[in-house]
Design a protein around this ligand. Structure first.
Ligand code: GLA
Length: 379
Protein backbone atom coordinates (compact mmCIF):
# COMPACT_ATOMS: atom_id res chain seq x y z
CA UNK A 1 0.00 0.00 0.00
CA UNK A 2 1.42 3.45 -0.87
CA UNK A 3 2.65 5.93 1.70
CA UNK A 4 -0.14 8.45 2.35
CA UNK A 5 0.41 12.15 3.06
CA UNK A 6 -1.11 14.14 5.90
CA UNK A 7 -2.63 17.58 5.25
CA UNK A 8 0.65 19.32 6.16
CA UNK A 9 2.52 17.08 3.69
CA UNK A 10 4.37 14.95 6.23
CA UNK A 11 4.54 11.23 5.60
CA UNK A 12 1.84 9.22 7.34
CA UNK A 13 1.89 5.57 8.35
CA UNK A 14 0.71 3.34 5.54
CA UNK A 15 -2.51 1.45 6.10
CA UNK A 16 -3.03 -2.28 5.81
CA UNK A 17 -5.48 -5.16 5.77
CA UNK A 18 -6.15 -7.51 8.66
CA UNK A 19 -8.46 -10.51 8.98
CA UNK A 20 -10.04 -12.31 11.92
CA UNK A 21 -11.98 -15.57 11.68
CA UNK A 22 -15.35 -16.71 12.94
CA UNK A 23 -15.29 -19.82 15.09
CA UNK A 24 -17.18 -22.98 15.71
CA UNK A 25 -17.17 -24.43 19.18
CA UNK A 26 -16.54 -28.18 19.10
CA UNK A 27 -17.76 -28.56 22.68
CA UNK A 28 -18.15 -26.46 25.85
CA UNK A 29 -21.28 -24.33 25.44
CA UNK A 30 -22.44 -21.77 28.04
CA UNK A 31 -19.42 -22.65 30.14
CA UNK A 32 -17.21 -19.61 29.45
CA UNK A 33 -19.11 -17.14 31.66
CA UNK A 34 -19.13 -19.80 34.37
CA UNK A 35 -15.32 -19.88 34.40
CA UNK A 36 -15.36 -23.24 32.62
CA UNK A 37 -13.91 -24.99 29.58
CA UNK A 38 -14.45 -24.66 25.83
CA UNK A 39 -12.91 -26.18 22.71
CA UNK A 40 -13.38 -23.92 19.68
CA UNK A 41 -11.63 -23.92 16.31
CA UNK A 42 -11.34 -21.05 13.84
CA UNK A 43 -13.30 -21.13 10.58
CA UNK A 44 -11.86 -20.30 7.17
CA UNK A 45 -14.47 -17.51 6.93
CA UNK A 46 -13.14 -14.16 8.14
CA UNK A 47 -13.95 -10.50 8.56
CA UNK A 48 -11.41 -8.33 6.74
CA UNK A 49 -10.59 -4.85 7.99
CA UNK A 50 -8.76 -2.34 5.82
CA UNK A 51 -7.46 0.37 8.13
CA UNK A 52 -5.93 3.74 7.22
CA UNK A 53 -4.75 6.29 9.75
CA UNK A 54 -6.23 9.79 9.99
CA UNK A 55 -4.94 12.74 11.95
CA UNK A 56 -8.19 14.62 12.62
CA UNK A 57 -9.51 12.60 15.56
CA UNK A 58 -12.32 10.99 13.55
CA UNK A 59 -13.24 7.30 13.39
CA UNK A 60 -14.93 6.48 10.08
CA UNK A 61 -16.39 3.06 9.28
CA UNK A 62 -17.89 1.53 6.17
CA UNK A 63 -18.91 -2.03 5.37
CA UNK A 64 -19.29 -3.95 2.12
CA UNK A 65 -22.31 -5.60 3.74
CA UNK A 66 -23.96 -2.18 4.28
CA UNK A 67 -23.14 -0.25 1.11
CA UNK A 68 -23.82 3.45 1.18
CA UNK A 69 -23.64 3.70 4.97
CA UNK A 70 -20.53 5.48 6.21
CA UNK A 71 -20.48 6.45 9.86
CA UNK A 72 -18.17 9.15 11.13
CA UNK A 73 -17.75 10.01 14.82
CA UNK A 74 -15.05 11.99 16.69
CA UNK A 75 -13.23 9.40 18.85
CA UNK A 76 -13.50 11.71 21.88
CA UNK A 77 -17.28 11.61 21.57
CA UNK A 78 -17.79 7.88 21.08
CA UNK A 79 -18.88 7.38 24.70
CA UNK A 80 -21.91 9.65 24.30
CA UNK A 81 -22.57 9.31 20.55
CA UNK A 82 -25.85 7.73 19.45
CA UNK A 83 -24.18 4.90 17.52
CA UNK A 84 -26.60 2.20 16.36
CA UNK A 85 -26.63 -1.06 14.40
CA UNK A 86 -23.59 -2.90 13.02
CA UNK A 87 -21.20 0.05 13.52
CA UNK A 88 -21.39 -0.36 17.30
CA UNK A 89 -19.05 -3.34 17.00
CA UNK A 90 -16.10 -1.62 15.25
CA UNK A 91 -16.66 1.72 16.98
CA UNK A 92 -16.96 -0.05 20.33
CA UNK A 93 -13.43 -1.35 19.82
CA UNK A 94 -12.09 2.11 18.91
CA UNK A 95 -13.83 3.49 22.00
CA UNK A 96 -12.40 0.76 24.24
CA UNK A 97 -8.83 1.57 23.14
CA UNK A 98 -9.49 5.25 23.76
CA UNK A 99 -11.07 4.59 27.16
CA UNK A 100 -7.95 2.69 28.22
CA UNK A 101 -5.74 5.62 27.27
CA UNK A 102 -4.31 4.22 24.02
CA UNK A 103 -3.85 7.07 21.57
CA UNK A 104 -5.62 6.72 18.23
CA UNK A 105 -5.18 9.92 16.19
CA UNK A 106 -8.06 9.03 13.83
CA UNK A 107 -8.82 6.07 11.59
CA UNK A 108 -10.70 4.90 8.50
CA UNK A 109 -12.02 1.34 8.71
CA UNK A 110 -13.48 -0.55 5.76
CA UNK A 111 -14.99 -3.92 6.62
CA UNK A 112 -15.87 -6.94 4.54
CA UNK A 113 -17.01 -10.23 6.02
CA UNK A 114 -17.79 -13.77 4.92
CA UNK A 115 -18.77 -15.16 8.35
CA UNK A 116 -22.52 -15.90 8.26
CA UNK A 117 -24.32 -13.39 10.51
CA UNK A 118 -26.50 -14.65 13.37
CA UNK A 119 -25.48 -18.26 12.67
CA UNK A 120 -23.78 -18.91 16.02
CA UNK A 121 -20.41 -18.73 14.26
CA UNK A 122 -19.21 -15.52 15.90
CA UNK A 123 -19.43 -12.98 13.15
CA UNK A 124 -19.48 -10.27 15.81
CA UNK A 125 -16.26 -11.43 17.50
CA UNK A 126 -14.59 -11.73 14.09
CA UNK A 127 -15.55 -8.12 13.39
CA UNK A 128 -14.34 -6.88 16.78
CA UNK A 129 -11.09 -8.84 16.59
CA UNK A 130 -10.30 -7.72 13.02
CA UNK A 131 -10.64 -4.10 14.14
CA UNK A 132 -8.79 -4.68 17.42
CA UNK A 133 -5.76 -6.26 15.74
CA UNK A 134 -5.76 -3.68 12.93
CA UNK A 135 -5.66 -0.78 15.40
CA UNK A 136 -2.97 -2.40 17.53
CA UNK A 137 -0.68 -3.02 14.57
CA UNK A 138 -1.42 0.20 12.72
CA UNK A 139 -0.66 2.44 15.70
CA UNK A 140 1.92 0.09 17.24
CA UNK A 141 0.01 0.01 20.51
CA UNK A 142 1.66 -1.92 23.36
CA UNK A 143 -1.18 -4.39 23.79
CA UNK A 144 -0.51 -8.08 24.46
CA UNK A 145 -2.96 -10.67 23.09
CA UNK A 146 -4.61 -11.10 26.50
CA UNK A 147 -5.54 -7.41 26.55
CA UNK A 148 -6.55 -7.51 22.88
CA UNK A 149 -9.08 -10.24 23.71
CA UNK A 150 -10.30 -8.19 26.65
CA UNK A 151 -10.68 -5.05 24.52
CA UNK A 152 -12.78 -6.91 21.92
CA UNK A 153 -14.86 -8.57 24.64
CA UNK A 154 -15.53 -5.30 26.52
CA UNK A 155 -16.57 -3.65 23.26
CA UNK A 156 -19.25 -6.33 22.92
CA UNK A 157 -20.29 -6.32 26.60
CA UNK A 158 -20.26 -2.57 27.26
CA UNK A 159 -20.63 -0.78 23.94
CA UNK A 160 -22.89 -3.25 22.10
CA UNK A 161 -24.59 -4.42 25.29
CA UNK A 162 -24.39 -8.20 24.77
CA UNK A 163 -23.27 -9.88 28.03
CA UNK A 164 -21.22 -12.64 26.35
CA UNK A 165 -18.21 -14.49 27.75
CA UNK A 166 -14.67 -14.63 26.33
CA UNK A 167 -14.96 -17.76 24.16
CA UNK A 168 -15.48 -16.07 20.81
CA UNK A 169 -12.80 -13.39 21.02
CA UNK A 170 -10.25 -15.81 22.46
CA UNK A 171 -10.90 -18.23 19.60
CA UNK A 172 -10.66 -15.53 16.94
CA UNK A 173 -7.32 -14.27 18.26
CA UNK A 174 -5.63 -17.44 19.48
CA UNK A 175 -6.70 -20.28 17.18
CA UNK A 176 -4.08 -21.95 15.00
CA UNK A 177 -4.67 -23.87 11.74
CA UNK A 178 -4.99 -27.63 12.16
CA UNK A 179 -5.82 -27.32 15.85
CA UNK A 180 -8.67 -26.95 18.27
CA UNK A 181 -8.12 -24.49 21.12
CA UNK A 182 -8.65 -25.78 24.64
CA UNK A 183 -9.67 -22.73 26.66
CA UNK A 184 -9.94 -22.54 30.41
CA UNK A 185 -12.11 -19.44 30.57
CA UNK A 186 -11.60 -19.19 34.34
CA UNK A 187 -7.88 -18.54 34.01
CA UNK A 188 -7.60 -17.55 30.33
CA UNK A 189 -5.12 -20.42 29.86
CA UNK A 190 -5.15 -21.98 26.37
CA UNK A 191 -3.64 -25.09 24.79
CA UNK A 192 -3.44 -26.00 21.10
CA UNK A 193 -4.83 -29.49 20.56
CA UNK A 194 -4.15 -31.19 17.18
CA UNK A 195 -7.45 -31.73 15.36
CA UNK A 196 -6.99 -33.54 12.07
CA UNK A 197 -10.30 -35.11 11.09
CA UNK A 198 -9.33 -35.62 7.43
CA UNK A 199 -6.55 -38.03 8.42
CA UNK A 200 -9.20 -40.22 10.06
CA UNK A 201 -11.52 -40.02 7.02
CA UNK A 202 -13.86 -37.68 8.90
CA UNK A 203 -15.28 -34.21 8.35
CA UNK A 204 -16.91 -31.58 10.50
CA UNK A 205 -20.13 -30.55 8.80
CA UNK A 206 -21.67 -27.22 9.75
CA UNK A 207 -25.35 -26.72 9.14
CA UNK A 208 -26.63 -23.17 9.48
CA UNK A 209 -30.37 -23.53 10.05
CA UNK A 210 -30.91 -20.04 8.68
CA UNK A 211 -32.86 -18.99 11.76
CA UNK A 212 -30.79 -16.07 13.05
CA UNK A 213 -30.37 -15.59 16.77
CA UNK A 214 -29.65 -12.38 18.66
CA UNK A 215 -27.50 -12.35 21.78
CA UNK A 216 -28.72 -8.94 22.83
CA UNK A 217 -32.12 -10.37 23.52
CA UNK A 218 -32.96 -11.39 27.07
CA UNK A 219 -32.64 -15.18 27.09
CA UNK A 220 -28.85 -15.32 27.07
CA UNK A 221 -28.65 -12.79 29.91
CA UNK A 222 -31.28 -14.75 31.82
CA UNK A 223 -29.25 -17.96 31.53
CA UNK A 224 -26.26 -16.10 32.89
CA UNK A 225 -28.22 -14.84 35.87
CA UNK A 226 -29.61 -18.31 36.56
CA UNK A 227 -26.07 -19.75 36.57
CA UNK A 228 -24.92 -17.04 38.98
CA UNK A 229 -27.87 -17.73 41.26
CA UNK A 230 -27.12 -21.48 41.21
CA UNK A 231 -23.46 -20.86 42.06
CA UNK A 232 -24.40 -18.56 44.95
CA UNK A 233 -26.82 -21.14 46.37
CA UNK A 234 -24.20 -23.87 46.08
CA UNK A 235 -21.73 -21.64 47.92
CA UNK A 236 -19.18 -21.37 45.10
CA UNK A 237 -17.93 -18.34 43.23
CA UNK A 238 -18.59 -19.86 39.80
CA UNK A 239 -20.20 -23.10 38.62
CA UNK A 240 -16.81 -24.17 37.33
CA UNK A 241 -15.90 -24.86 40.96
CA UNK A 242 -18.47 -27.67 41.09
CA UNK A 243 -16.93 -30.81 39.62
CA UNK A 244 -19.28 -33.52 40.89
CA UNK A 245 -22.57 -33.32 39.02
CA UNK A 246 -24.41 -34.93 41.96
CA UNK A 247 -23.84 -31.72 43.94
CA UNK A 248 -26.52 -29.90 41.90
CA UNK A 249 -29.18 -32.03 43.63
CA UNK A 250 -28.81 -29.59 46.56
CA UNK A 251 -30.49 -26.83 44.52
CA UNK A 252 -34.13 -26.41 45.54
CA UNK A 253 -35.30 -24.73 42.34
CA UNK A 254 -35.73 -27.27 39.49
CA UNK A 255 -34.81 -24.67 36.84
CA UNK A 256 -31.54 -23.75 38.56
CA UNK A 257 -30.83 -27.46 39.05
CA UNK A 258 -31.13 -28.08 35.32
CA UNK A 259 -28.99 -25.08 34.37
CA UNK A 260 -26.26 -26.10 36.80
CA UNK A 261 -26.41 -29.74 35.69
CA UNK A 262 -25.76 -28.65 32.12
CA UNK A 263 -22.76 -26.50 33.03
CA UNK A 264 -21.14 -29.02 35.36
CA UNK A 265 -21.65 -31.96 32.99
CA UNK A 266 -20.56 -29.89 29.97
CA UNK A 267 -17.25 -29.02 31.63
CA UNK A 268 -16.66 -32.73 32.19
CA UNK A 269 -17.50 -33.44 28.53
CA UNK A 270 -14.93 -30.89 27.34
CA UNK A 271 -12.25 -32.56 29.44
CA UNK A 272 -13.20 -35.97 28.03
CA UNK A 273 -12.93 -34.74 24.45
CA UNK A 274 -9.65 -32.89 25.07
CA UNK A 275 -8.15 -35.99 26.68
CA UNK A 276 -9.17 -38.18 23.72
CA UNK A 277 -7.65 -35.75 21.22
CA UNK A 278 -4.44 -35.31 23.25
CA UNK A 279 -4.00 -39.07 23.33
CA UNK A 280 -4.48 -39.28 19.56
CA UNK A 281 -7.57 -41.52 19.89
CA UNK A 282 -9.80 -42.13 16.87
CA UNK A 283 -11.87 -38.90 16.75
CA UNK A 284 -15.02 -41.01 16.26
CA UNK A 285 -15.00 -41.53 20.04
CA UNK A 286 -15.97 -37.90 20.59
CA UNK A 287 -19.18 -38.30 18.57
CA UNK A 288 -21.41 -39.57 21.40
CA UNK A 289 -20.01 -36.85 23.69
CA UNK A 290 -21.12 -34.19 21.20
CA UNK A 291 -24.58 -35.72 21.05
CA UNK A 292 -24.78 -35.82 24.85
CA UNK A 293 -23.93 -32.11 24.87
CA UNK A 294 -26.86 -31.45 22.55
CA UNK A 295 -29.26 -33.37 24.78
CA UNK A 296 -28.07 -31.34 27.75
CA UNK A 297 -28.42 -28.01 25.90
CA UNK A 298 -31.88 -29.02 24.72
CA UNK A 299 -33.33 -30.49 27.91
CA UNK A 300 -31.43 -28.84 30.76
CA UNK A 301 -30.20 -25.50 29.43
CA UNK A 302 -33.20 -25.20 27.11
CA UNK A 303 -31.58 -23.12 24.37
CA UNK A 304 -32.34 -25.33 21.36
CA UNK A 305 -35.06 -24.89 18.73
CA UNK A 306 -37.14 -27.21 16.54
CA UNK A 307 -34.81 -26.48 13.60
CA UNK A 308 -31.65 -27.27 15.58
CA UNK A 309 -33.16 -30.49 16.97
CA UNK A 310 -34.33 -31.58 13.52
CA UNK A 311 -30.87 -30.94 12.04
CA UNK A 312 -29.20 -32.95 14.82
CA UNK A 313 -31.68 -35.85 14.63
CA UNK A 314 -31.48 -36.03 10.83
CA UNK A 315 -27.66 -36.00 10.89
CA UNK A 316 -27.59 -38.85 13.42
CA UNK A 317 -30.21 -40.84 11.49
CA UNK A 318 -28.10 -40.45 8.33
CA UNK A 319 -25.04 -41.91 10.03
CA UNK A 320 -23.24 -39.00 11.75
CA UNK A 321 -21.05 -40.11 14.68
CA UNK A 322 -22.32 -37.22 16.77
CA UNK A 323 -24.08 -33.88 16.37
CA UNK A 324 -25.05 -30.88 18.43
CA UNK A 325 -26.16 -27.27 18.30
CA UNK A 326 -23.38 -24.69 18.64
CA UNK A 327 -23.09 -21.18 20.05
CA UNK A 328 -25.56 -19.42 22.29
CA UNK A 329 -28.63 -21.17 20.85
CA UNK A 330 -32.18 -19.99 20.03
CA UNK A 331 -31.28 -20.46 16.36
CA UNK A 332 -28.00 -20.61 14.46
CA UNK A 333 -26.04 -23.72 13.52
CA UNK A 334 -25.30 -27.33 14.39
CA UNK A 335 -22.15 -29.37 13.82
CA UNK A 336 -22.10 -33.02 12.80
CA UNK A 337 -19.09 -35.31 12.92
CA UNK A 338 -19.44 -37.35 9.72
CA UNK A 339 -17.49 -39.82 7.61
CA UNK A 340 -16.06 -37.64 4.84
CA UNK A 341 -17.54 -39.97 2.23
CA UNK A 342 -20.96 -39.88 3.89
CA UNK A 343 -21.23 -36.07 4.01
CA UNK A 344 -23.59 -35.80 1.02
CA UNK A 345 -25.97 -38.35 2.50
CA UNK A 346 -26.18 -36.41 5.77
CA UNK A 347 -26.73 -33.12 3.94
CA UNK A 348 -29.47 -34.68 1.77
CA UNK A 349 -31.28 -36.08 4.81
CA UNK A 350 -31.23 -32.74 6.61
CA UNK A 351 -32.49 -30.91 3.51
CA UNK A 352 -35.32 -33.40 3.05
CA UNK A 353 -36.45 -33.18 6.64
CA UNK A 354 -36.27 -29.36 6.60
CA UNK A 355 -38.35 -29.27 3.43
CA UNK A 356 -40.92 -31.63 4.93
CA UNK A 357 -41.14 -29.47 8.07
CA UNK A 358 -41.37 -26.28 5.95
CA UNK A 359 -38.29 -24.81 7.62
CA UNK A 360 -36.06 -22.29 5.85
CA UNK A 361 -33.47 -23.80 3.50
CA UNK A 362 -30.36 -24.66 5.58
CA UNK A 363 -26.82 -23.72 4.47
CA UNK A 364 -24.15 -26.38 4.84
CA UNK A 365 -20.38 -26.45 4.58
CA UNK A 366 -17.44 -28.53 5.79
CA UNK A 367 -15.09 -26.64 8.13
CA UNK A 368 -11.38 -27.20 8.63
CA UNK A 369 -9.55 -25.72 11.63
CA UNK A 370 -8.10 -22.47 10.32
CA UNK A 371 -5.78 -19.63 11.38
CA UNK A 372 -6.53 -16.95 13.97
CA UNK A 373 -6.46 -13.16 13.47
CA UNK A 374 -3.60 -11.86 11.33
CA UNK A 375 -2.38 -9.23 8.87
CA UNK A 376 -3.17 -10.34 5.33
CA UNK A 377 -1.58 -7.77 3.00
CA UNK A 378 2.16 -7.66 2.40
CA UNK A 379 3.95 -5.39 4.88
C1 GLA B 1 -22.14 -16.98 22.58
C2 GLA B 1 -21.27 -16.11 23.46
C3 GLA B 1 -20.12 -16.92 24.07
C4 GLA B 1 -20.62 -18.21 24.71
C5 GLA B 1 -21.57 -18.94 23.76
C6 GLA B 1 -22.20 -20.14 24.40
O1 GLA B 1 -21.42 -17.37 21.45
O2 GLA B 1 -20.73 -15.05 22.72
O3 GLA B 1 -19.42 -16.11 24.99
O4 GLA B 1 -21.22 -17.96 25.95
O5 GLA B 1 -22.61 -18.10 23.29
O6 GLA B 1 -21.24 -21.10 24.66
Amino acid sequence: MSQAQTVDGSAMRPGGIWAAPGRVNIIGEHTDYNGGYCLPMALPQVVRCTAMPRTDGLARVGSQQHPGERIEVPIQELAQAAVTGWSRYPLGVVHEYHRRGHHIPGVDLELDGSVPIGAGLSSSAALECAVAIALRDLFELPVPDTELIDIANRAENDYVGAPTGTLDQTASIRCVAGHALFLDAGTGHTEQVPFDLAAAGLALLIVDTNTPHALVDGEYARRRRECEAAAAELGVERLRDVTDVRAVAALADPVLRRRARHVVSENARVLTVVQALREGSDPRVIGPVLTAAHTSLRDDFMVSTAQLDTAVDSALDAGAHGARMVGGGFGGSIIALVDARGTDRVVAEIRNRFRAARFAEPRTFVAVPSAGARRVDHQ
